[in-house]
Every structure is written in structure tokens, then in C-alpha cells.
Design a protein around this ligand. Structure first.
Ligand code: NAD
Ligand code: KPL
Length: 302
């Protein structure tokens, strides 16, 4: 394990990466006070439908080696608090690789740790956890990886080489912010509607709530993206959203799943981020604000 990596967050995505990396290449960071079981044991249901037993060590910090990377696989609202809880025990040279959807959490981490290598990843791999000890690899995708600060630039190639060992498709990018925005657009146009309508992704497309508000969502997104230097327009964004809604027509979105399971959603980092950024810039964002409030009203995460 001299060059092994660590994973913070043993949920669906963290368990997918841990299962795909070679045995011994990754360990989960144990929480302070966690009961000392040596291994996290679960089954991975592969894309081909087979079931594989996986055993990943729990590692308390500081680790007895310098980790190759720390993959942060918590939800967006937990990334910064989780990192603050362990940063004293993590070598300053270890790259922090952020896998959160949406925007806002990555910038908060980069600001909190300006001297550490901070890298963001955005993935279209799909994983879910129907039972505590089962992870389903639900869809193959691509993981884009790019640095968020100067220290991250130097760490990018070794991090990409580390992630390559998983056999998942990994691509380095010089503009991770654009990739994060592209994913945010898809999530902003699908997730709140699936949560509010309690339906699979494809079913939103004919629903009055979606038809009434999707152009407003996209106009606000396009205005903000143009302001931030990304040339786009609302009809292009709507087309992108609808391609993904159709391609994932039977999927339950992560936000619908969070609502169904009584968990906090990532709405504040998706439509809420758009509303907040627009308001700070004196750009109107009433539709993204309304969707954010509506999702808050059906959950408890105000
Ligand atoms: P998840 O809720 O299944 O897993 C998050 C895990 O983090 C949980 O096990 C939680 O207990 C753990 N956690 C929270 N705080 C912690 C702490 N302080 N220390 C250690 N562990 C802590 O979520 P997920 O589906 O794995 O998603 C993680 C992130 O990846 C989200 O931002 C999500 O949007 C993004 N993402 C997920 C997928 C996917 O297919 N699951 C795909 C793309 C992006
Ligand atoms: O990323 C997703 C999510 O559920 O969060 C989409 C693309 C909407 C697929 O379900």
C-alpha cells in the first residue's frame, strides 16, 4: 500500500471506485470513533450483471504511508466539513480529488486549502446502493479530471494515472470548470422535476410543471454561463437536458432517490447555486430559486 489511495465516503460512488481499483490500491478513511472493523465488505453488481465480493480496508489517519490521492466521495454538503475533520492528519502533498455533483462545494474546498493540490472530477458513471452491502454499477460513463489550483496542476498526471488503474474511462481536462457546468446543466434540468413529480427521468418531459418552467431554467442558466465566459444559449441547454432525460428514461435521479429516502438533497449546489450566483450578480433567477425552495419544502434540509 506504499502508493495506495484513500477514499473519503463509503457510499455508492466511493464503493464503485474502491471495487474497480486493483485490490490493495485503495482504503476507506474510517471516521473518528468508528468501531474498528478491518474491512468494508460488500458485493458489486457489475454492468454485465455478475456479482463480485469486494473487501476494502478501513484506514484510520494518519496512514502509515503517503496516500497517492484522497478521493472525496461524500455528498456536496459534506465535502468541506469531512475534509476539515481530517486535514490535520493528511499529508499536505496528497492531492484532494473532489467527485461532487453541482458547483459551490469544489470552490469552497479550493478556498479552504489553497496550498494543497485540489482536483475536481465529474463522472457520468452511475452507481447506486439498493441494500447496505450491495453496490450496483448501473451505467458506464466517462470521468473527467482537472485541477482547481496551481498545486493541482502538478498533481494531475499522477492522479489520472492512479485512477486509470480502475479500468474505468478517465480523461484529463484543462477546463474542468466547463465540464462541471455541463453536468450541472443536466442536473438542474432533470433532478428537481423528478423529485417534485416523483417520477423517472424520461417522464418529466411531458409534465406541465416541466413544460412550464424548463425554458426559464435554461434562460437563467445561459445568462449566468455567458456572464462567466461560456458561450451558450437556452435552446441548446434544453436540447442537452432532453437528450440525457431520454437516454436515462427509466432512471430514478439521485435527487428523487434522496427525497424518497428522507435524505438531504444536493439542490443547494445545483439550482440553488445558480440562483445564488445570479442574485449575487444582480441577474434574475426566479425559476431556479422557486425550484430550490420547492425541493426544500418537500425535504427538511433548509
Ligand atoms: P452517497 O450518499 O451514497 O455516499 C456518500 C457517503 O459519504 C455516505 O456513505 C456518507 O456516510 C459518507 N460521508 C458523509 N460525511 C462523511 C465524513 N465526514 N466522513 C466519511 N464519510 C462521510 O452518495 P453517492 O451517490 O456516492 O454520491 C457522492 C457524490 O458523488 C455526490 O456529490 C454525487 O452527486 C456524486 N456523484 C454520484 C454518482 C453516482 O452514480 N452515485 C455519479 C456522479 C456523481
Ligand atoms: O446525474 C444524474 C442524477 O441522477 O443525479 C442524472 C444525469 C440526472 C441521471 O439520473
Amino acid at each position: 500500500m506504499a502508493s495506495g489511495g484513500l477514499i473519503l465516503g463509503a457510499g455508492s460512488l466511493g464503493r464503485l471506485w474502491a471495487a474497480c481499483l486493483p485490490p490493495g490500491a485503495a482504503a476507506f478513511v474510517s471516521r473518528p470513533g468508528q468501531s474498528p472493523s478491518l474491512y468494508c465488505e460488500y458485493r458489486l453488481q457489475t454492468l454485465q450483471g455478475s456479482s463480485v465480493n469486494v473487501s476494502v480496508p478501513w484506514q484510520s489517519l494518519p496512514a502509515p504511508y503517503t496516500p497517492a490521492a484522497l478521493l472525496v466521495a461524500t455528498k456536496a454538503m459534506h465535502a468541506l466539513p469531512a475534509l476539515k475533520g481530517i486535514s490535520e492528519s493528511l499529508p499536505k502533498s496528497t492531492p484532494i480529488v473532489l467527485f461532487q455533483n453541482g458547483l459551490g462545494s469544489q470552490q469552497a474546498v479550493a478556498e479552504a486549502f489553497p496550498k494543497r493540490p485540489v482536483i475536481a472530477a465529474t463522472t457520468t458513471e452511475g452507481a447506486n446502493r439498493p441494500q447496505p452491502d450491495v453496490v450496483v454499477h448501473a451505467g458506464r460513463g466517462t470521468t473527467w479530471v482537472g485541477s482547481l489550483n496551481a498545486a493541482g496542476n502538478e498533481a494531475l498526471t499522477p492522479v489520472v494515472e492512479f485512477l486509470f488503474n480502475s479500468g474505468l474511462q478517465v480523461e484529463a481536462t484543462a477546463d474542468i470548470t466547463l465540464r462541471l457546468w455541463q453536468k450541472l446543466v443536466i442536473n438542474a434540468g432533470i433532478n428537481p422535476f423528478t423529485a417534485l413529480l416523483d417520477c423517472p427521468n424520461g417522464q418529466i418531459l411531458k409534465q406541465p410543471l416541466y413544460l412550464k418552467h424548463i425554458d426559464g431554467v435554461c434562460e437563467e442558466l445561459a445568462r449566468l454561463m455567458n456572464h462567466e465566459g461560456m458561450l451558450t444559449n437556452a435552446s441548446r441547454l434544453r436540447a442537452d437536458i432532453e437528450v440525457v432525460a431520454r437516454a436515462t428514461t427509466h432512471n430514478t435521479s439521485s435527487m428523487r432517490s434522496d427525497v424518497q429516502n428522507g435524505r438531504a438533497t444536493e439542490i443547494d449546489f445545483i439550482n440553488g447555486y445558480v440562483a445564488h450566483r445570479c442574485e449575487a450578480l444582480n441577474l434574475a433567477a426566479p425559476v431556479n430559486r422557486m425550484l430550490t425552495e420547492q425541493v426544500h419544502s418537500i425535504t427538511n434540509n433548509h
